[in-house]
Design a binder for this molecule. Structure first.
Ligand code: DX5
Ligand code: ZN
Length: 222
């Protein structure tokens, strides 16, 4: 099995001092940076793009950056994120006209590719593309906002996705996103996840960076 990874979602960080926030969560033990890209079209919110990803790299962030695209269309932003230093690029199959092509595009740009499934979306889109998948991301909230509650049916889906990964014989990350906190991560891990996005669970609601708090929360999540 792959190592567990804690992936703070910077959506809940203080954007006025983003570089410092990212440095602090990484110093507190986080493994990868979850980077939420929203376009006010595929999802009802507007966030950050390749410029900000590039700025984090220039700031000196060397940890993997996990770009979660909630945009439509997908393909024309992929190259810019690859050039900006993305490590993983995941997208929602509903947002791409040609899912296999988009997966190939991401990998041809040198990034790891993954599909994201909304709470009500079946895992069917995986069936013919498993050999191209590096990561499966299951949403445990409806995409668009931080601070929502974990939807319990995601646990059943995690178990299903874990079976699919086993059957594939491939090393595929199984990531969960939405409502993950120190107090529910145990059951989420038991259901098969190995990569844990947490926004408000790590940064809190006030987004006032407190490196000491990040330390103790991330330690609790291990
Ligand atoms: C929601 C985003 C999440 C969000 C999670 O659309 O994909 O990554 O930041 O935030 P929390 O952990 O607060 O639910
Ligand atoms: Zn996300």
């Amino acid at each position: 099995a792959l190592d567990d990874l804690i992936a703070p979602s910077i959506l809940s960080a203080n954007f006025a001092k983003l570089g410092e926030e990212v440095d602090n969560v990484l110093a507190a033990g986080a493994d990868i940076v979850h980077f939420d890209v929203m376009d006010n079209h595929y999802v009802p919110n507007l966030t950050i793009g390749p410029l900000v990803c590039e700025a984090l790299r220039k700031h000196g962030v060397t940890a993997p950056i996990d770009v979660h695209l909630m945009v439509k269309p997908v393909d024309r932003i992929v190259g810019d994120f690859a050039a900006a230093g993305a490590t993983y690029i995941t997208f929602h199959p509903e947002a791409s006209e040609h899912v296999d092509r988009t997966l190939q595009l991401i990998q041809s740009e040198g990034c790891k590719a993954g599909l994201v499934f909304n709470p009500a979306t079946k895992l069917d889109a995986l069936e013919y593309v498993m050999e191209r998948i590096d990561m499966i991301l299951l949403m445990s909230v409806n995409p668009g906002f931080g601070g929502q509650s974990f939807i319990p049916s995601a646990l059943t889906k995690l178990r299903q996705a874990r079976e699919l990964i086993k059957a594939s014989g491939r090393e595929i990350r199984l990531e969960i996103d939405g409502g993950v906190k120190a107090d529910n991560i145990g059951e989420i891990k038991a259901a098969g996840a190995d990569t844990f996005v947490s926004g408000s669970g790590i940064f809190g609601k006030g987004s006032d960076s407190d490196p000491n708090r990040y330390n103790s929360i991330i330690a609790k999540m291990r």
